[in-house]
Design a protein around this ligand. Structure first.
Ligand code: NAG
Length: 364
């Protein structure tokens, strides 16, 4: 563009000198406009380059984030399974003790707690990591753009900031388990072991658990997420680290994140219902065929049957334990619940958008 303009001027120089005298005013006005246009274009190019660099940096931030999510989720599920281990009770039940009913009631609460914690914890971990990695990414990008200045986010700050999430794995998970267990026990106290249960009853129970959890304003993991995932305060800090910590707390308690969390939890329970339905379908398959021995069982009928299936609550317990017995394992087919949940939250567009918005506002 620039050379073309120069070309044009040198080829028509004489003409311009002549006419320039005549229309002097407008010639200078034209030159001024031209210079402005060139400046404008140079700025556009600079902005475009910066935008590209930012996009590239953002994309590599995203990849890092996914790796961190997969690594930490796997540790987290193992921790949940350890904290809510059913083996000891199962062992006692094998000896057919007198307190069988009491033990099954314990298992009832334990199995539902484990499922509920799977759903909450994986959503909380994903949201927190997306937030942290993008806050950090934004800060790092800004540091990079400031040529010749000391970076505000040193290696040490970076490490300390990211390791804040360790709090969740070390003690936050335990607090979450305690809290959820209390809610589940309350919801389930009215449900007898022999009570017949359908899929829609299961959905109703999941709904009641969510309502119970939501109504405890002080401990609700959707609105008070940071209480579980991050330490109360920093042990040692620099002004930058303190600022990043404060901003992360603000983000995690923002309306957007609270709405996103509760939406996530609903979706998580739906994934669990699908998982349970598959089990029910498998375990009662032969029975359906007996009933319909003389009929052609088509798919629609099977779907209708799934909704009609009824089983005593006590029979649901091994299913709940079964789908929460293993942590992350992306090699396992079909995908287990822990892997389905993590994958779902990781590729969830709404969480990605949250991350992108955070990155955008912290890098400019
Ligand atoms: C961070 O928050 C604490 C507590 O609200 C406040 O005392 C402190 O001044 C804040 N620091 C920064 C750097 O924003």
């Amino acid at each position: 563009m620039f050379s073309k303009v120069k070309d044009f001027f040198s080829r028509h120089r004489r003409k311009f000198i002549v006419t320039g005298v005549v229309v002097g005013g407008s010639y200078f006005a034209y030159r001024y406009a031209m210079r402005k246009l060139i400046e404008f274009q140079e700025k556009q190019t600079r902005d475009f380059l910066e935008q590209t660099r930012r996009t590239q940096h953002y994309e590599s931030t995203e990849r890092t984030c996914n790796q961190v999510i997969v690594g930490l989720s796997s540790k987290m599920f193992d921790e949940i399974i350890k904290l809510l281990n059913s083996e000891a009770i199962m062992e006692q039940l094998r000896n057919n003790p007198d307190n069988k009913v009491e033990l099954w009631n314990e298992l009832k609460v334990l199995s539902l707690t484990r499922l509920t914690v799977f759903i909450y914890a994986s959503s909380m971990l994903t949201i927190t990591l997306r937030t942290q990695v993008n806050v950090l990414g934004g800060y790092l990008f800004k540091d990079n753009a400031k040529v010749g200045q000391q970076p505000s986010v040193t290696e040490d700050v970076r490490e300390k900031y990211l390791s804040l999430i360790q709090h969740f794995l070390e003690s936050g998970i335990e607090d979450l388990v305690e809290f959820i267990k209390k809610q589940v026990a309350e919801v389930m106290s009215g449900h007898e072991l022999v009570q017949p249960i359908t899929i829609s009853d299961i959905e109703q129970i999941f709904w009641s658990i969510q309502m119970g959890v939501n109504s405890d304003i002080k401990n609700d993991p959707n609105s008070k997420m940071s209480k579980y995932v991050l330490p109360k305060e920093l042990q040692e800090s620099t002004p930058t680290l303190q600022q990043m910590f404060n901003e992360t707390l603000d983000l995690l308690e923002s309306e957007e994140v609270v709405a996103l969390s509760s939406n996530n939890i609903c979706r998580g329970f739906s994934i669990a219902v699908d998982n349970i339905a598959e089990y029910l379908d498998g375990s009662t398959g032969p029975k359906i065929q007996e009933v319909n021995a003389n009929e052609v069982v088509d798919v629609t009928k099977q779907l209708l049957n799934i909704n009609r299936i009824e089983l005593p609550l006590v029979k649901l317990i091994p299913i709940l334990l079964g789908i929460t017995t293993k942590g992350m394992n992306s090699a396992e087919k079909p995908q287990n619940l822990a892997t389905s949940l993590t994958t779902f939250y990781m590729v969830n567009d709404k969480i990605k958008t949250l991350g992108a918005n955070i990155y955008e506002s912290f890098s400019t």
